[in-house]
Design a protein around this ligand. Sequence first.
Ligand code: ZN
Length: 308
Amino acid sequence: MTLYITHPACLEHRVPAGHPERPDRLRAVEAALATPPFAGLQRMTAQRASEETVARAHTAAYVADIAGQTPDAGLVQIDVDTTLSPGSYEAALRAAGGAVQAVDEVLQGRARNAFCGVRPPGHHAEREKAMGFCLFNNAAIAARHAREVHGLDRVCIFDWDVHHGNGTQDIFWNDASVLYCSTHEMPLYPGTGSRAERGEHDTIVNVPLAAGDDGAALREACDVVIFPRIAAFRPDLIILSAGFDAHWRDPLASLNFNEDDFAWATREIMAIAARLCEGRIVSILEGGYDLEGLACSAATHVAALMEA
Ligand SMILES: [Zn+2]
């Protein structure tokens, strides 16, 4: 059984006109998952993460700062491309809460795997810094929740968003219990993610790709580097930072994956998870800014998850 978690509050994180990380992204994913092939999805509404839960990957002071900066009207600019609107704090708590809830459902055996259709995305959010459209690091919060609440020994986060997840890397730089693996276009925002960045305990695995690379480069990165590292790490849970902005249609980057490449990576990760951790996968939406590329990629990803 595959679980789909979202919350209408995630549409209420508003951004300036013309901003790519817009509510229509989530509407496009919702529309794709409302079609007949997805009738078998188990659907849940995301709970609100507590501030204590969010602070497992950030700090209480940072969480309070985001709450305090959230305006009653209009928009507040945190950095050049990250904004807060009146609904942003609630959206961010529901996005993190959905990821945590997915962990609970999967670890308690009520779902085999889960996809969280949430925004704002999370992987650029560092321990004490919002950036790159991200407020709270949903994948990192989910991983810490799995460790500290469910007592898992090891969690893997595989991030195939086209941008490097500097925030996730920052949060787990000194944490040997979480293996962070990323494929991303380089050079590209945010500028981190070289192979030399490996963390204090060699649990950061960066495989940068070059502009123009296609699904063959993804397969090579996975087969040669990332999948062997995941197998050797023997995680108890695999979390996917599932951004779909490496799709060829995406306006923010220049990789040339297609929707079938995301389905391939999903099935391969499912096979690894089946061997190592009873198939337990929690997938969390990150980027993806062409509505058609995002919708068809999310659809092939979730359809593959449903094959479990
Ligand atoms: Zn991205």
